[in-house]
Ligand binder design. Structure first.
Ligand code: SF4
Length: 270
């Protein structure tokens, strides 16, 4: 069998059962892909289910109150994703769904990866969905670190209809077997056609979340979601963030359009 056949056979026998794998609704695919951008799939599941139950379609999300959207996002991290997702919903309700990966990139918060994922999984576009997992796996197959045009070419050579299945399969291989630091080559369905596991070296580990500005941003947003508009001194007390750091954190939240500050008072953006 070819590498592609080996991969697809393996995928259909082991694939994990996520709710977004049971739908081709572009709205639900978009929600899942935005949530998956910086969060592991198993952690996303309960957030995704609560979110689409509360906002079952793009119109419901477009009408949603930001405080409520953020409360459903609480614990998932990177809350600016939630605001941009609601902005994307508003664009879609006004102008309809963009019908290609290239057009989907015009939506707020939607980059090339998310656009390709929605185009492939919802609209059946013949396109490779390239993320860091795919880059790692395909680089190892070819025995050289691939990026940009060369990576795109290598992915295009592997793709055959239906492309969505290959996209899901290669991402699953990256998530379950071809790990960044310790690939499980002995369990790999395509080991025979893989040239060099050392062709991809993972980047340094991320700095710890505890104590980071990202954690402080989450605390400020949680205080506003729970307590509503208030003054900055109250936020400083309730979150135990020093004034200099609070000013810096609030500035980044303002830049992301998540909060508004006026006359020493702070509230969630509309
Ligand atoms: S053989 Fe190893 S390095 Fe190559 S794709 Fe499989 S798990 Fe990854």
């Amino acid at each position: 069998m070819s590498r592609r056949e080996d991969l697809l056979t393996w995928y259909h026998s082991v694939r994990r059962d996520f709710p977004w794998r049971h739908t081709t609704d572009p709205y639900r695919i978009l929600v899942s892909e935005i949530m998956l951008q910086q969060t592991q799939a198993a952690r996303v599941v309960p957030f995704y289910e609560r979110f689409v139950e509360r906002y079952p379609d793009v119109d419901a999300l477009a009408d949603a109150d930001l405080a409520e959207v953020l409360s459903l996002w609480k614990g998932l991290g990177y809350p600016s994703r939630a605001r941009r997702l609601r902005e994307a919903a508003r664009v879609i309700t006004s102008h309809g769904w963009p019908d290609s990966a290239a057009a989907l990139e015009s939506l707020p918060g939607v980059g090339p990866y998310t656009a390709a994922a929605v185009a492939s999984f919802a609209f059946g576009e013949h396109i490779g969905v390239i993320d860091t997992n795919v880059r790692r796996v395909v680089s190892r197959w070819h025995g050289v670190p691939l990026s940009g045009r060369r990576l795109q070419q290598a992915v295009d050579e592997e793709l055959a209809p239906p492309a969505d299945q290959w996209n899901q399969a290669v991402m699953e291989l990256g998530a379950m077997v071809c790990h960044p630091r310790r690939p499980r080559c002995a369990d790999c369905p395509v080991a025979e056609s893989c040239i060099d596991p050392g062709a991809y070296q993972p980047p340094p580990r991320q700095s710890p979340f505890n104590g980071s500005d990202r954690q402080k941003r989450g605390r400020v947003l949680a205080a506003l979601v729970d307590g509503g508009p208030t003054d900055l001194a109250t936020v400083a007390t309730s979150t135990a963030i020093g004034s200099d750091r609070l000013a810096r954190v609030v500035e980044t939240l303002e830049e992301d359009g998540l909060v508004l500050v006026e006359g020493g008072r702070i509230r969630l953006a509309d």
